[in-house]
Design a protein around this ligand. Structure first.
Ligand code: OSB
Ligand code: MG
Length: 368
């Protein structure tokens, strides 16, 4: 399939709430949106990097330049037989996996459309109902945290995750655990702790959490292994897992027992599927995290979540939780805590171009 042209936009979307993590608060997203044109079909993907390198190292300005000036010129006008062939071309570059993922994922969408199949069937998925949870940001009060958890549990979400940081951990966990004794509960620290905080993390062992997500540094497996040996609660890695080889080392070292496997963080669906297969071999359950995606990224996440080992509820909550208006026409809404994988070929979504035009802050058309 020959990629004939590409369009890279940067959208600015206001969020319905301010989302606070250990690294900062966010009230809007700048979304790089890529469209590839090939053989009469279009493939879509979005980038999940932010302006500032707070979650991982990639930045939005760097990614837009890299995609526009390097990745797209390398693939435009080229006839790729499979997504594997395209991914090989992108793999000469180090890192920059969120940027590479944009091109790889958009190609998968177009390729699936050219075969007139839903993406999940090409990826080898085994289910189309996806259990989902919700990620609750750091709140101003324990009361607000408890209220949010109760509201989302009442909506049917199958797992509640609380963002934590030093000084905001045991108390919100206790507040929610008291209000919801049986809910599947987890926490996510986004790398805010070090091994000297082991005591604070051990205190969480009393609240039967499903896992503690990314407590320590994004680039440190050794300390995570040390911490896991001292905790009853499983450690789940997010930021630390960016490649198949990194995932192998993490699991072999027992740095984690659970993996949050995000396709956009690891460079695309192929690398995600390799990591998925590896986690099966290690008997480590996985789930699909989110990066506050629009409907385009959310649809990709849902298709990937159909793979066998995605057994734990992910962060692919209802689009309407994040946006007054999404950039796609199909609603991606959870019902009773389950999302349905969008039917139709490719990722199964239609862009709302009039709305997209109204929120486009930059646009680059790239041709061979
Ligand atoms: O660590 O999973 C994370 C959002 C932005 C960046 C990192 C993370 C998150 C979330 C929210 O936890 C997931 C979502 O609702 O999309
Ligand atoms: Mg996380």
């Amino acid at each position: 399939m020959k990629i004939e042209a590409a369009e890279l936009r940067v959208l600015e979307l206001p969020m319905r709430f301010s989302f606070e993590t250990s690294f900062g608060a966010q009230r809007r997203r700048f979304v790089p949106l890529l469209t590839l044109h090939a053989d009469g079909v279009e493939g879509y993907a979005e980038g999940v990097m932010d302006h500032l390198p707070l979650y991982l190292e990639e930045t939005l300005p760097g990614a837009v330049t890299f995609v526009r000036e390097q990745l797209l010129p390398r693939v435009l006008g080229v006839d790729f037989e499979t997504p594997e062939a395209l991914a090989r071309t992108l793999s000469v570059y180090r890192g920059n996996r969120m940027a590479r993922a944009m091109v790889e994922m958009a190609f998968w969408d177009a390729w699936a459309k050219s075969l007139d199949l839903p993406l999940w069937r090409l990826l080898g998925g085994v289910r189309t109902l996806i259990p989902v949870g919700v990620s609750i940001g750091i709140q101003d009060s324990l009361e607000a945290t408890r209220e949010q958890a109760l509201r989302y549990a009442a909506e049917g979400y199958r797992r509640v995750k609380l963002k934590i940081k030093p000084g905001w951990d045991v108390e919100p966990v206790r507040a929610v655990r008291e209000a919801l004794p049986d809910i599947a509960l987890t926490v996510d620290a986004n790398s805010a702790y070090t091994l000297t905080d082991t005591g604070a993390l051990q205190a969480l062992d009393a609240y039967h959490l499903k896992y503690i997500e990314q407590p320590l540094a994004h680039d440190d497996l050794t300390d995570h292994a040390e911490l896991q040996a001292r905790l009853r609660t499983p450690v789940c890695l997010d930021e630390s897992i960016t490649s198949l080889q990194g995932a192998r080392k993490a699991l072999a070292l027992q740095a984690a027992r659970v993996v949050n496997l995000k396709v956009a963080r690891v460079g695309g669906h192929l690398e995600a599927r390799r990591i998925h297969d590896l986690t099966l071999a290690f008997d480590a359950p996985i789930w699909c995290g989110g990066m506050m995606e629009t409907g385009v990224g959310r649809a990709h996440n849902l298709h990937l979540s159909t793979l066998q080992n995605y057994t734990q509820p992910g962060d692919t909550a209802s689009g309407s939780r994040y946006w007054d208006k999404d950039i796609i026409e199909e609603p991606l809404e959870a019902r009773e805590g389950y999302q349905t994988v969008p039917p139709g070929s490719g990722i199964g979504v239609t862009l709302d171009l009039a709305f997209i035009d109204s929120v486009t802050r930059a646009r680059h058309d790239v041709r061979p």
